[in-house]
Design a protein around this ligand. Structure first.
Ligand code: BG6
Length: 477
């Protein structure tokens, strides 16, 4: 179990709280990680009794926790630890009541599950009304700014009231089991690390493909697009974990220092190395332009780009990144393609293909190492590629179901005071510093995204991005 805590969720009745944060906390309670005297306090604008808040949370658990994990006795016990305070983020109403609920000697954590425009107001009032103590932790959600200037302003605002060691910037990809596994694979095995450089790695593909559309959240999404919504944060984190140097220790600043160096080493990306797409109507659903309710929108729901990490280790090994909505399948993976052996001893090595290490992030988490063997049979030295295939579910069996989801893990890390899986302020700013000119580039040329069929693997031009380098994307399945 973690230490006893009082966790306040601002935006406690909002979508993220209902979908992820509260069901996640229930699962941690069920797993025995949340101690009995810890409390969760929902805070939002509306007037609500504790009981009404508990009913809302009970419904959320019903909706978002699988049936076999719903135990009525445990749920009732969990609900009894919930409270609610109506609060005015921009005024003084409710803050003293919230202060009255806080206990001394327990961890105080404040989750800002609200629009970033309110971060400053809440931070200010937490301090002004003495709700946050010296050791308090605040958790902030993305989007963390929409460019370098706004991210800097946000960092500066938070820094007026809290130390960097108190600020937990969430990137939920870092909470995913398989994403953390990237570090274990790299740094707990001797096998891969010696080959982990441009001398042996031909290229890396990072894919986060989704089948969902942006229907229902088009207003947010249209101001953002795939570059801001996925690349600046989630994909960037994946890239960092793959490309970074070994940190001297698995310790928050050691890890984050190494990630920061990767971001700083990224070359600017020429527009020619970027393909943007917008999904078209199909499969009985509307297209992007209908979903975002802006027929003239030039926001991308798909992006592919070729990225160079300009340092000693990676010079000459491109990283190809792609992510999009309404694609053929929900499939996220990282594929590391190795180079050819320096010399083939087989005169007629038919069937040879490169070694590829595929790390599947979701669904069906696992690892796959593609190796060459001799095709069985008398027909001479013909080669074939076979997978050394490891699926987490296969190895862990039922235990795999108890792996905490990203939010659960990260909230528990906040209570433990472990910032390793959270983004530091300078990291976020460096990521925006790289992202801004890319976005400014297409804004300046006014290029429109290319339409792509719903259910496909993205725009045609994305294929060309790799074809012209004599490579191809792995299939999205
Ligand atoms: C969010 C994005 O941060 O991540 C969404 O805003 C995206 O657009 C989501 O769908 C993907 O997360 P996951 O965990 O489903 O891969």
């Amino acid at each position: 179990p973690v230490e006893v805590f009082d966790l306040v969720i601002f935006g406690g009745t909002g979508d993220l709280a209902r979908r992820k944060i509260l069901p996640g906390l229930y699962r941690r309670f069920l797993a025995g990680q949340m101690t009995a005297d810890s409390r969760i306090i929902g805070a939002a604008r509306g007037e609500l009794t504790d009981d009404a808040f508990r009913t809302m949370v009970a419904e959320a658990i019903d909706e978002f926790v699988p049936k076999d994990r719903r135990d009525s006795v445990m749920i009732a016990d969990f609900l009894s630890r919930l409270h609610y305070v109506a609060i005015d983020a921009k005024g003084e109403g409710g803050w003293d009541a919230l202060k009255g609920l806080m206990r001394d000697g327990v961890v105080r954590a404040f989750y800002f599950s609200v629009a970033p425009a309110l971060f400053g107001d809440i931070a200010l009032r937490l301090k002004k009304h003495g709700v946050a103590d010296e050791a308090a932790r605040i958790v902030v959600e993305k989007p963390f700014g929409r460019d370098l200037a706004t991210a800097k302003a946000l960092n500066a605002t938070l820094a007026q009231h809290f130390l960097e060691t108190q600020i937990y910037r969430i990137d939920h990809y870092l909470g995913k089991e398989t994403v953390q596994n990237l570090m274990a694979v790299r740094f707990a095995n001797i096998l891969f690390e010696p080959l982990w450089k441009s001398e042996y790695v031909d290229h890396v593909q990072i894919t986060v493909a989704e089948t969902v559309s942006v229907d229902g959240r088009g207003a947010y999404y249209d101001k953002s697009g795939a570059m801001r919504d996925m690349v600046q944060n989630h994909m960037m984190q994946l890239l960092c974990l793959i490309a970074m140097e070994p940190p001297y220790h698995f310790d928050p600043d050691a890890v984050r220092d190494e990630k920061l160096k990767v971001i700083r080493a990224l070359d600017p990306v020429p527009q020619n190395d970027i393909v943007r797409g917008q999904y078209l109507a199909g499969g009985g659903q509307g297209g992007y332009l209908e979903h975002c309710e802006n027929p003239a929108s030039s926001t991308e729901s798909y992006i592919a780009l070729k990225v160079h990490v300009s340092n000693w280790r990676w010079k000459g090994t491109p990283f190809y990144l792609r992510t999009g909505k309404r694609l053929r399948a929900r499939a996220s993976e990282i594929a590391i393609t190795f180079r050819e052996p320096p010399h083939s001893i087989f005169d007629d090595a038919k069937g040879w293909r490169e070694n590829v290490l595929v790390i599947r992030l979701q669904p069906d988490e696992g690892m796959n190492l593609m190796v060459m063997i001799k095709e069985p049979g008398p027909g001479g030295m013909r080669l074939m590629q076979v997978p050394l295939d490891m699926s987490f579910a296969g190895v862990l069996g039922e235990e795999a179901e108890d792996i905490p989801d990203a939010y659960e893990r990260l909230i528990m890390d906040v209570i433990r005071g472990n910032q390793t899986l959270f983004m530091r302020g300078d990291e976020v700013e460096a990521a925006w510093a790289w992202t801004d000119p890319i976005i400014e580039g297409w804004n300046a040329t006014g290029t429109k995204p290319q339409g792509y069929d719903a259910g496909s693997s993205g725009p045609e031009d994305a294929l060309m991005l790799m074809h012209r380098d004599g490579r191809r994307w792995r299939e999205i399945r």
